[in-house]
Design a protein around this ligand. Structure first.
Ligand code: SF4
Length: 902
């Protein structure tokens, strides 16, 4: 018998960040994917992937995949659910008018999906209430680029990272948030000596690799750029004839007439400011990259324009290796904006003037065009609260976690008569508030296009069939449109037809209104040509299919003034809460939370606190902090971090109620918004800290992969769950003070039942030392194998390592009932029953899945660079995206004192 050759790899794109890496994916023949690889032919990553991208295959299928429609929690046929949605939309429109309908979309959606939602809402339902989670991510850049360039346009290309002599990163921990681009920058540095400046209040893995780190006062970026503009003018480097220059320089002089004024506003040393000015102003190939630290601010648009002002005045926009570069957070934030994904846009980069509305309406055959901009995300909360929204369709996002003042949003959502959520997973916090769930195709099943940070349109291709009743978002939207009587305008049979309509509309808009966004050259593709479409940067005007690497737009400086954040500490003990991403998680963890190897980097959300603030608040390393804000509370473990500025703390944004007891940081975030962009100030909220000292701590591992949590069972004050290879681990702590063996046993059993562990067969092993406050319980299933283990202790240091405990469930090491002595020994002594090292081995390189011990074992001896090279060669660690190389370097230099040869 001849073995069948493995199926060819399908070229697609990563599901996560705005780098837009190309991915090679291949079915494993059992409904999943073989481990994915980076696509060497994709210009965005040239074969590289970060840990998240490399783990895509680990996040698919299994429990937690939404495969059937539900109404009020009950599974229903998809047709019935779509009928219900159409009826609800019809009713909302009849009762509240067009403004009673709203959509909340996601930068994860494909362009074709986004296009369909916008067309239905803005062209047929008469509602521009179509906003997206891109509002939280980079709408200030959009507003700034529209003011400075006349259009939402990133002039440069990733190639500029290879060509620059100086990269200035502003409010961007690119080593964690855009790891593949960080690797590219590090290569430019090694190859050509490019220097790196990081402007960020926090010390990060990015700043540790920099030549200069300016730990700026949060919110004062505009003042820094005002100073650089004044300094450029003083040195005779600024183009005084540039449009808007006189008013802009006058405003800059008002804010920062000299270096001392800038130092006072930014809390930076004058010597550092002088060094920055010398570096930026004397390096023609200076590339300024910025992201959420600039955008997520009540003055985000002005910050963006302060950066653009300097670049325009220096004549660097659109020059190779130079100019401004917005790093997009999400994989298709830019594609969504191309089709009008924000409430203040129409498709094809058009607005709501009569002429623009007419053009779009003609192409769409619209029956009811929206007359003006709709509600931005935070405004939507007000409208929901006021009962003005009768139907809201949320697609591919989790706003109950990610919106600021998330508790208020949840309460407001409860007032909406019809909440529809389309998603590919179950169990999100938002779904708990929905009336209808629609099963959507997920990554690896979807087919369409995305646009990354450098304007590059790439195909995201289907590799697997969607399970159950799951369907593409565009198809679900078109089916509701058909039920509402608009079938003639939504009769697409394939995403290629939507893309063709989108490309034609862009050509008409570019011709009539002179927009740079123009992909008319991609109109008229056959299905085969669409399927084979190579990554291409817009504009792609009619008659060409080659794309354009750099664009030089019209340019205008904007007069602006530094404004501090809205919420500021006023009382003793008040601190500033900053929020952001971690290296190995994505958004609210609905996908990355399923991959065990991505949990190793940060199994729990930690609050980073400056040592002095920790001392003042009575907090200990590894202890707990009760965080109280003006809108909500959280309970997190503390890591004392000298890289935090005094008075400022940092918490990750990823955890939701589905993953932790009280770690959804959106409850604390400020709803203050930028007046132009409507982007909320997610990085600056006032909080207070107080220690919380639990009566016990614990860890449970079992074979479940997620909830459901059992109703009516009291859960502890602190719990966080994460994936392990054999199932899940839950880290626990509670208020109770168990005294007797029976108290400990009852507590352990209550916890295991509360988290839904399969413990019905009763405990197989029980070790309780009430005097010392320690418990270990293991339960076995019908096959004699261990199904759950829980360890509790009065003192956290008496707990076993989670990884070692999880190994007891691993089929490779599980001795089940056959070897209770070995298990007892393992549970008691906290060592691996197979004789391995059970000490913590945190994941350092998520791309290669390599931990600290493997790194140390491979390093050998010799100079640091040689040991680093040996680790990469032997284990692959540090050879993927490169974002962990600094950490590996630190481990090696700390672990093995080395004497350089004489
Ligand atoms: Fe995906 Fe990582 Fe590339 Fe971003 S950098 S697109 S998360 S592989």
């Amino acid at each position: 018998m001849t073995a069948l050759p493995p199926p060819a790899a399908i070229r697609t794109t990563c599901a996560y960040c705005g780098v837009g890496c190309g991915v090679l994916a291949r079915p494993d023949g059992q409904g999943g994917l073989l481990p994915v690889a980076g696509d060497p032919a994709h210009p965005a990553n040239l074969g590289r992937l970060c840990g998240k991208g490399a783990s895509l295959a680990d996040t698919l299928g299994g429990a937690g995949r939404l495969t059937r429609a539900r109404i009020d929690g009950r599974p229903v046929p998809l047709d019935a659910a779509l009928d219900h949605v159409a009826d609800g939309f019809r009713r909302a429109r009849a009762e509240r008018g067009p403004g009673g309908i709203a959509f909340y979309l996601s930068g994860q959606m494909l362009t074709e999906d986004y296009y369909a939602a916008n067309k239905l809402a803005k062209g047929f339902l008469g509602s521009a209430n179509v906003d997206t989670n891109s509002r939280l991510c980079m709408s200030s850049t959009v507003a700034g680029q529209v003011r400075g360039f006349g259009e939402d346009l990133v002039p440069g290309a990733y190639e500029d990272l290879d060509l620059c002599d100086l990269a200035v990163l502003v409010g961007s921990n690119v080593a964690w948030c855009h790891p593949v681009l960080f690797g590219r920058l590090m290569e430019a540095r090694a190859a050509r000596g490019a220097r790196l400046v990081v402007i960020d209040p926090r010390a990060t893995d990015t700043s540790r690799a920099a030549d200069l780190h300016l730990a700026i006062r949060p919110g004062s970026d505009a003042a820094l750029w005002q100073f650089l503009l004044v300094e450029a003018d003083r040195r005779g480097l600024a183009d005084r004839a540039a449009e808007g220059f006189p008013a802009a320089i006058e405003a800059a002089h008002t804010d920062c007439p000299d270096i001392a004024a800038c130092a006072a506003l930014t809390d930076l040393a004058p010597a550092d400011l002088a060094r920055l000015a010398d570096m930026v102003l004397t390096t023609p190939r200076c590339l300024t990259l910025f992201s959420q630290g600039v955008n997520q601010s009540s003055a985000g648009t002005d910050k963006v324009n302060a950066i653009l002002n300097l670049e325009i005045a220096l004549g660097r926009v659109g020059r190779p290796g130079a100019g401004p570069f917005s790093l997009t957070g999400q994989p298709n934030a830019m594609g969504g904006r191309e089709v009008g994904g924000l409430a203040n846009q129409l498709a094809a980069h058009l607005g709501f003037s009569d002429a623009e509305r007419r053009l779009v309406g003609d192409v769409w055959q619209a029956t009811d065009m929206a007359t003006g901009p709709g509600l931005k995300a935070v405004e939507l909360i007000d409208a929901l609260e006021a009962g003005k929204i009768g139907a809201l369709w949320i697609i591919g996002t989790n706003p109950a976690v990610s919106l600021p003042d998330a508790g208020r949003f949840r309460r407001a959502l409860a007032r909406c008569p019809l909440v529809v959520v389309s998603d590919c997973v179950t169990g999100t916090d938002t779904q708990a508030l929905a009336h209808v769930l629609l099963p959507a195709s997920g990554w690896s099943e979807k087919d369409g296009t995305v646009t990354n940070s450098e304007r590059r349109i790439s195909r995201q291709r289907a590799v697997l069939p969607p399970p159950g009743d799951a369907r593409p978002d565009w198809w679900l939207i078109a089916e509701v449109a058909r039920r509402l009587g608009f079938g003639h305008a939504f009769a697409w049979r394939h995403p290629a037809e939507i893309f063709d309509e989108h490309a034609r509309l862009s050509g008409a808009a570019a011709a009539r209104f002179g927009r740079h966004f123009d992909i008319a050259g991609l109109a008229g593709l056959s299905r085969q040509q669409y399927d084979a479409l190579e990554p291409v940067q817009w504009p792609v005007p009619a008659g060409s299919r080659n794309g354009t690497a750099r664009v030089v737009p019209s340019q205008r400086l904007i007069a602006l003034h530094h404004r501090p954040p809205v919420e500021r500490p006023m009382q003793p003990g008040e601190l500033v809460l900053n929020t952001g991403r971690l290296r190995d998680q994505w958004h609210t963890m609905t996908r990355t939370g399923r991959a065990a190897r991505l949990a190793g980097h940060a199994p729990e959300p930690l609050l980073a606190v400056n040592p002095s603030d920790a001392r003042d608040a009575g907090l200990d390393q590894g202890g707990f902090a009760r965080i109280t804000g003006r809108r909500g509370t959280a309970l997190l473990k503390v890591t004392i971090d000298p890289g935090q500025r005094r008075g400022e703390v940092f918490a990750p944004l990823h955890w939701s109620d589905a993953f932790a007891a009280e770690a959804a940081i959106g409850h604390l975030a400020s709803p203050a918004t930028d007046p132009l962009s409507g982007q909320p100030e997610l990085k600056h909220a006032v909080i207070r800290l107080a220690p919380w000292r639990p009566g016990w701590s614990g860890v449970m591992v079992d074979r479940a992969t997620r909830g459901p949590l059992r109703r009516g069972v009291r859960l502890p004050a602190y719990w966080v769950r994460h994936a392990v290879d054999a199932g899940r681990a839950v880290i626990l702590a509670g208020d109770e003070t168990p005294a007797t063996a029976e108290d400990w046993r009852k507590l352990a059993t209550r916890l295991a039942r509360g988290f839904g562990a399969a413990i019905d067969a009763g405990p197989a092993i029980e070790l309780i030392d009430a005097a010392r406050g320690r418990l270990r319980l293991a339960w076995t299933g019908a096959d004699g194998r261990i199904v759950a283990v829980i360890a509790l202790a009065r003192q956290p240091h008496a707990l076993p390592d989670t990884t070692a405990l999880a190994r007891l469930l691993d089929p490779a090491t599980d001795r089940g009932a056959a070897a209770p002595a070995a298990l007892r020994l393992a549970l008691l002594a906290d060592h691996d029953p197979d004789g391995g090292d059970a000490r913590p081995d945190p994941a350092i390189c998520a791309c290669a899945g390599v931990g600290r011990s493997a790194i140390l074992a491979a390093a050998g001896t010799g100079p640091l660079d040689q040991r680093l090279a040996r680790v990469t060669e032997a284990t692959g660690a540090g050879g993927g995206c490169g974002s962990c190389r600094h950490q590996i370097r630190s481990i090696l230099s700390e672990a093995t004192p080395h004497v350089e040869p004489a």
